[in-house]
Write a protein that binds this ligand. Sequence first.
Ligand SMILES: Cc1cc2nc3c(=O)[nH]c(=O)nc-3n(C[C@H](O)[C@H](O)[C@H](O)COP(=O)(O)OP(=O)(O)OC[C@H]3O[C@@H](n4cnc5c(N)ncnc54)[C@H](O)[C@@H]3O)c2cc1C
Length: 585
Amino acid sequence: MYRVTHTYTSERIQTISKLLKTRQDTIGQLRDNPDVSVLIVGAGINGASVFRELALHGFDALIVDRGDFACGTTAAPSRMIHAGLRYLEFGEKALVSEGVHERNLLLQNCPHYIFPLPTTIPFQSRFEGMMGVIRKTIGMSPGKRARRRGAWMIKVGLNMYEKFAEHNRQMPKHHFTSRAEAFKRRPGLHPKTIGTVTYYDGWISYPERLCMEVITDAESACETARALNYVSARSSLGDTVTLRDEIGGQDIEVRPKVVVNAAGAWIDFANENLGHPSKLIAGTKGAHLVLENDELLEALDGEMLFYETPDGRAVVALPWLGKPLIGSTDIPVDHPDTARCDDDEIDYMIGCLSHVLPDIKIDRSQILSVFSGVRPLKAAAAETTGQMSRSHFTHVSGPTETVNFPVFSLVGGKWTPFRAFGEQATDKLLAHFDMPRKICTESIPIGGGKDFPHTDLDRKQWIKDAVEATGLDEKRINILLGRYGTGARQVAEFCADGEDRLLANHATYTAREIEFIIRNERVWHLDDLLLRRTAIALLGELTGGLLDELLAIFASLHELTDDQAAGERKRTTDILLDRHRIDLS
Ligand SMILES: Cc1cc2nc3c(=O)[nH]c(=O)nc-3n(C[C@H](O)[C@H](O)[C@H](O)COP(=O)(O)OP(=O)(O)OC[C@H]3O[C@@H](n4cnc5c(N)ncnc54)[C@H](O)[C@@H]3O)c2cc1C
């Protein structure tokens, strides 16, 4: 049997019993007084967004997630902060316009996690797909969707895309590159490529961390706003919703005036538990591969490649935290719990790459990890999954015969417009409570984006100040700034208040930093740390040695017995293998 060797014996180590007490206090308060104005079920990015809006309006809102914060689809996007150029083809102008606006706000409000992303589209024809555009322009049906988009069609789309950004332009306009120039930069492009066009969108480094920051910002804004991970909504009757503390194993009964169902792809299942049966969602799963392939990384050259498959689907390859990431698929699923990246999807994604960079061979042994999520799309008829609308809306139902509260379900939604979606849903809630909007979140920085040093000069000064205050070196502060934004100062102070030694099995994380995360970020399971507070697992950095080293810290802080630690290790390796194909056996 595996035994934890408690190698982590820093004298300064304190248990996280204080943190556990905070959780128990919150649960205790709910037992003493079960009344809450709004219960939000699901702490993905959309639930978090509504939670922040409500907290800023002083509501005693409670947000719960049956797993960790951001453990659902919020952890599975292509890491693009974009409005979806291709949705213009389906006439989703309002969605795209909103997405461009929100992308630009996010570049300003979250400069620690969201960055401009030059995006290059190689094309093999000039005019393909144009007939559809012309037909649409003159008010006719676009006819059958083009299997391929030629340069002119892309240009029409980009002109429109960029027009939406005109009042708050953050990035340069698109430019075309000739065949000769394109091949000079990327000799491995498909020989049929006749040119490329490059435009600008955004990418996100740590979506899971950003979601958590939205939640903690909300808690800081309002002391009656409370958030609990590992608490599920199980059933409801009359005024009461029964929650289950998945850590302590006890039930908690709450009496919400309103419930917000932000369970994403699980909305219909959650509505069943909430006594509001619905058929709102038709989810499609999408998978990604994180690769170890220097040739591909070099060909990407700091940009995203956005290319088409022969069946007309758009897929992407982009650099993410130093590794190439490729995706995604779009396949209907019956139950989101069953979504895994299967063998066919891996073959498909690798095969797709050969349509843009045919000489780059991807070997399965180069797959560092896979991840898969289910798009919470609105149930509606569509010819293909790609044509299903990506728009979002709030569906209001009830009270019903069995329960006395209404449910506001957040249907659809991309990652990028989460602020707008949260704002729109909250406007409906404010109307329900007959309250005015007091504050707009458009220009409120999030988490470590607050007081962020935007210019090179400010950044240098920020780092210099942190070096002087903590005694940590410049390189280390720089790394922390990249991981936590201005929250890095607090992490650095904690690290400096002990021996900030690197882990034996990781080149850039120290034991103190891991301790900080576990103590402050509600890490109840080891996979919270490996998959959502850090990107260690997805980036392929996890070895058996590192797992044991991190487990030792985790086990010490949580005061686990050896048997409990062995159980935690097994839980973690099972999840990593089952959901991410990371085999540590
Ligand atoms: C393959 C793929 C690629 C994508 N790429 C992008 C992209 O690049 N850019 C972009 O903008 N968008 C992208 N998206 C879309 C985006 O990721 C999602 O739309 C968004 O994350 C949905 O967030 P959510 O909060 O609505 O749902 P989720 O994040 O799924 O949150 C729902 C939460 O509810 C919880 N829950 C469920 N049932 C219960 C219950 N009974 N009790 C308590 N909690 C419960 C779940 O545990 C989960 O955490 C992509 C989606 C997919 C699938």
